[in-house]
Design a protein around this ligand. Structure first.
Ligand code: GTP
Ligand code: MG
Length: 308
């Protein structure tokens, strides 16, 4: 089987929103950061179909991808992410278990473990759970590129022993070098009986329609944003103009008041000058008067005064 098309269908954060598309589902579970999303991308030959991260706790929702319009790959949040809060861990656990309980379409659960690390208690719990509910599963050891071929064989054997499984239940893969991917695809092809699957053309049409609606919405929002931006800009321009005018007015007012102060100062000075001139004149007048008076004093009186 070759994967020709891989389309994102939906993300579910609340298991009540799970929708049965009446297509076989293949599910990827495992510890946080083990490489679930990377494996989905590698299998489908996409770089960003499922979001990946070097930081644990990247996938927080149940993500569903439609493959060749015939079956669905399901990427689950990881368990055992120690740094996540207790509430968050509970939420993810609820989503994982909720999905495993609710879906009637699960045809295979791939339980991923890191090939270099001994399976954890939580890995064992997950396998017990699947075993208990009689769900088909296989263990996939990831990041095989970190080991040599002989090391891969040995580690795979050890993990199988630890989990009480046989070698036939195990795969080793690398999303980086694509090691072991053909084997997984071949296995999926066989257990799904791929050639007998009928493509769900309605679903792909719905996905495309929804995508178009979202694109249009985004476009509309973008236009709205641009409109808002230009409105804001022109509002800002008007505001700035107002502010400028206001500041010019205040400047003018300031100039006017400066002038009026100068005028009052000048007029005060003028007044003072006037007053002092007047005083001077008065003084002059009075001295003149005195001299006049002196002048006017009859000569004989003056003589008498001199005689004194
Ligand atoms: N060397 C190597 N690194 C890998 C491989 N697969 C994944 N990784 C790296 O492991 C980190 C986690 O990968 P993800 O695919 O995001 O892991 P996940 O299991 O989906 O993680 P959660 O979403 O947190 O549950 C990333 O840095 C990947 O690049 C692999 O095959 N080889
Ligand atoms: Mg992930």
């Amino acid at each position: 089987m070759k994967i020709n098309t891989a389309e994102f269908i939906t993300s579910i954060g609340n298991i009540e929103k799970y929708h049965d598309y009446n297509l076989p589902e293949i599910t990827f579970v495992g510890r946080s950061n083990v490489g679930k999303s990377s494996l989905i991308n590698a299998l489908t030959n996409h770089k960003k179909l499922a979001k990946t991260s070097s930081l644990a706790g990247r996938t927080r929702l149940v993500n569903m991808f439609l493959i060749n319009s015939r079956f669905i790959l399901v990427d689950l949040p990881g368990y055992g992410y120690a740094k996540a809060g207790k509430e968050e861990q509970k939420e993810w656990q609820g989503l994982i278990e909720g999905y495993l309980q609710k879906s009637r379409q699960i045809k295979m659960v791939f339980v991923l473990v890191d090939i270099r690390i001994k399976p954890t208690e939580q890995d064992k719990q997950m396998l017990n759970y699947l075993y208990y509910y009689n769900m088909p599963f296989k263990v996939v050891a990831t990041k095989a590129d970190k080991l040599s071929k002989t090391q891969i064989k040995n580690k795979l054997h050890n993990i199988a022993l630890e989990l009480g499984l046989g070698n036939a239940d195990m795969f080793a893969v690398s999303a980086q070098t694509k090691y072991g991917l053909e084997e997984i695809l071949q296995y999926i092809n066989n257990f799904l009986n791929y050639d007998t699957l009928i493509p769900n053309t309605q679903l792909i049409q719905n996905i495309n329609l929804e995508r178009k609606i979202n694109r249009d919405k985004k476009h509309l929002n973008k236009n709205e944003l641009i409109q808002n931006k230009t409105n804001n800009k022109s509002n800002l321009k008007v505001k700035n103009k107002d502010l400028k005018n206001k500041s010019i007015n205040t400047k003018n007012n300031k100039n006017i008041s400066k002038k009026s102060i100068e005028n009052t100062k000048n007029s005060k000075n003028n007044n003072i000058e006037k007053q002092s001139k007047q005083k001077q004149n008065k003084n002059k007048d009075s001295s003149e008067n005195i001299t006049k008076k002196v002048k006017k004093t009859p000569r004989y009186i003056l003589k008498q005064r001199k005689g004194k």
